[in-house]
Design a protein around this ligand. Structure first.
Ligand code: URP
Ligand code: ZN
Ligand code: ZN
Length: 469
């Protein structure tokens, strides 16, 4: 009797450093053999002509997150993780949001309850800190880091979330002490408010003006401020969803000075522009996200940053709202001003095809770089490595079988998310996930999610490989 539960035969394994043909043997949910000549297994999968990739890890997604009165995210944990599986992902990292006046620990417990028993793929929470009280900084955060919540996000904008400079510095100081990784949303609150009020007074209230109210200089200023605070405290930071040339250049400047400033970018910043917010009627609301998509020069700058190693991770920033919904993009107040259009777009299912197609298929990046940006670096950045993020002996058998030549047209009706649209309707891609395995169990195959909610685990994480001193 074979000891292997599953053998994946005849595929081409791609890791962040290698690309070679071999079979993969799986037992007990882990990769236990990689060889040209595996003996029999209880189950066999023929991967001839396919690439065997580490399943995507999307380290920036929002699921069932509190979005203000009357507004609901379009995905719960079942639909978000099903959609992620169909996009070739095996782990997502959503956020447990602390509302002001509430305990961080309680927020974590609440979000865990929503996730547990409902996830198709593995899930692990970052924290969002909106109220860094002495109790949060002194007791809750250090205890939560020890419990495996080793990364947290802070915001430099949004009424309900913004931290002032003193608060940012105090969170950075705790991160340094605990070796946690702080993710920073870099957009300047006061400048945005100033611009938004001026636009509204002039009657410029359509969704397009969301982009006008948050120009690159607002992101650049905040990025520089965050980098300066990080230098002061001497702490590594991750600047998330970098949208264009100006913020990218701030990150590159910091890195060239030897600082541990890391950065993430997303599909919207290599494929969309602010002009997409300029659709007929309210159509532009479908593209309202923060920071907003920029222009073609910024798209080129993001590629420059990707190929030069300025960016470590490529995430979706999946933050789905339904368009035709009073709880979503077209809520009652949205027509009165862009300020009331919920920020965020769906993208967990389309992240990998877009990066693969625009990157590998168009010859901008190697297959190995694709794996690094979509899986390996997420695991290293957020303390999941070497359990996840590569194809190697001992890793969880989290695998995407990928057809590098398959052409598809992205359309709402082939996707599995809870949103009622995709910003990439009609976008042509080459390269497509055909099957996804989480810890050796098939959860998605050729258009169908076959995994059961509850197969996905809620994971604690270790300390980031990038905050090591
Ligand atoms: O517009 C966006 N990106 N919404 C999600 C929240 C965030 O800032 O990441
Ligand atoms: Zn953000
Ligand atoms: Zn986000």
């Amino acid at each position: 009797m074979s000891e292997l539960d599953l053998a994946i035969r005849g595929g081409t394994i791609v890791t962040a450093s290698d690309m070679y043909k071999a079979d993969v043997g799986i037992a007990g949910g882990r990769i236990v053999a990689i060889s040209g000549e595996l003996k029999g297994a209880r189950e066999e999968v023929d991967a001839s002509g396919l690439w065997v990739l580490p399943g995507g890890i999307d380290s920036h997604v929002h699921v069932a997150q509190d979005s203000g009165p009357g507004i609901m995210m379009a995905d719960d944990f079942a639909s978000a993780t099903a959609s992620a599986a169909a996009g070739g992902n095996t782990t997502i990292m959503p956020f447990a949001l602390q509302k002001r006046g509430e305990s961080l620990r309680q927020s974590v417990e609440d979000y865990r309850k929503l996730a547990e028993g409902n996830c198709v793929i593995d899930t692990s929470f970052h924290l969002i800190i909106s109220d860094p009280t002495p109790a949060v900084l002194g007791q809750e955060l250090p205890a939560l880091v020890k419990d495996g919540y080793t990364s947290f996000k802070v915001f430099m904008t949004y009424d309900d979330l913004v931290l002032d400079d003193a608060q940012l510095l105090s969170v950075f100081a705790v991160a340094r002490r605990e070796r946690a990784l702080v993710m920073v949303h870099c957009e300047g609150y006061d400048a945005i408010r100033f611009l938004a009020e001026k636009l509204e007074q002039a009657g410029n209230t359509a969704p397009y003006y969301h982009a006008v109210s948050r120009p690159q200089v607002v992101e650049r200023e905040a990025a520089h401020r965050a980098i300066s605070h990080a230098e002061l405290i001497d702490v590594p930071i991750m600047i998330v969803h970098v949208s264009g040339r100006e913020a990218m250049e701030q990150v590159r400047w910091a890195q060239q000075r030897g600082m541990k400033v890391y950065a993430e970018t997303c599909p919207q910043y290599i494929t969309l522009t602010a002009e997409d917010l300029n659709g007929l009627n309210m159509e532009g609301a479908k593209y309202v996200c923060s920071p907003p998509p920029r222009d073609t020069d910024s798209q080129a700058a993001i590629w420059e940053g990707i190929t030069q190693g300025v960016f470590q991770t490529f995430s979706s920033d999946h933050c789905p709202f339904r368009y035709e919904s009073s709880e979503g993009k077209l809520n009652a107040k949205a027509r009165t001003s862009f300020r009331w259009v919920p920020n965020g777009i769906p993208g967990v299912e389309t992240r990998l095809p877009i990066l693969f197609s625009e990157g590998v298929s168009k010859g901008r990046i190697t297959p190995q770089k694709f794996v690094e940006l979509s899986a390996t670096n997420h695991a290293k950045m957020y303390g999941l490595y070497p359990r996840k993020g590569s194809i190697g002996i001992g890793f969880d058998a989290d695998i995407a079988l990928w057809d590098p030549t398959r052409a598809e047209i992205l359309r709402q009706d082939i996707l599995h998310h809870g949103a009622d649209y995709t910003p990439w309707e009609g976008f042509e891609v080459t390269g497509w996930p055909v099957a996804t395995f989480v810890r050796g169990v098939l959860v998605y195959e050729d258009g169908k999610v076959v995994g059961k909610p509850g197969h996905g685990r809620v994971l604690e994480r270790g300390i980031s490989a990038f905050t090591a001193r």
